[in-house]
Design a protein around this ligand. Structure first.
Ligand SMILES: [Zn+2]
Length: 250
């Protein structure tokens, strides 16, 4: 057992698993907030929009640090991918509805959890690649990603809980969305040269898809439940706080 723990690939896996579990912490505030009615949906969506927009640009800037054009093409491919995904989801709209939750909300929740899960693949690659640069760099990047996962779990919970998901389930879905991190960290660590080359494309892909999702799904819903001014103010404040937060941990 202790020999297994000495294995560097196993260590990378375990560190990345901790980052995934940190995502679940984002659901915790909701244990203390009861009676989250549908009227909170607008504000929740606006906060989630701000958190996700800032996170998207964080990914894109990270990609630009590696390679401009790979990041650029990644964004466009991410955009194409999510537009197609939504078309496919629209077609099967009738086939999945989560218990007690209407079809439109089910489709939206699936899309959001799906995209957040996809974007975790690139973060898993970042963790793996960083460990190839030594344990100190690896631990630094892993801690940054773990902490940054908490508001992402919060964003997911803000979307799921006002639509009827329980806090425990929202916590689980938050952790689920980050499970690609331990899964991708190990191959990225072992085959670092290949992954390092394509990392900026993955970062652009995730950023592009998340930005689209904010404008297609979250903002229109937020405006429907409240009003433009409230949404714009809330989103701007959330972006600002997230940028400050990212700068402090980055
Ligand atoms: Zn992220």
């Amino acid at each position: 057992m202790s020999e297994l723990l000495q294995n560097p690939a196993v260590q990378v896996f375990l560190y990345a698993l901790i980052t995934a579990i940190a995502t679940g912490l984002g659901a915790l505030p909701f244990f203390f907030i009861k009676n989250l009615t549908r009227s909170w949906l607008g504000i929740s969506n606006a906060i989630a929009s701000g958190l996700m927009l800032a996170a998207s640009f964080g990914l894109i800037y990270e990609g630009l640090n590696h390679d401009l054009w790979f990041t650029f093409w990644g964004i466009l491919i991410g955009l194409g991918f999510i537009v197609l995904s939504q078309k496919v989801l629209d077609q099967y709209d009738g086939d999945f509805s989560i218990k007690n939750i209407n079809k439109a909300d089910s489709a939206k929740m699936l899309l959001i959890v799906g995209i957040m899960t996809l974007h975790s693949f690139t973060e898993g690659v970042s963790v793996g690649v960083s460990f190839s640069g030594g344990i100190d760099l690896g631990l630094f990047i892993t801690t940054a990603i773990a902490v940054h996962n908490i508001p992402e779990g919060l964003a997911i919970s803000l979307v799921l809980i006002p639509r009827g998901t329980s806090v425990a389930r929202a916590g689980w879905w938050s952790i689920f969305s980050s499970l690609p991190q331990p899964l991708m960290a190990v191959p990225a660590f072992l085959f670092v040269e290949i992954f390092r080359t394509y990392l900026p494309m993955g970062l652009g892909f995730a950023g592009g898809a998340m930005i689209w999702m904010v404008f297609a799904e979250l903002i229109p819903d937020a405006i429907e439940e409240t009003n433009t001014s409230t949404v714009a103010t809330t989103t701007t404040i959330a972006i600002t706080l997230m940028i400050v937060f990212q700068t402090l941990i980055g």
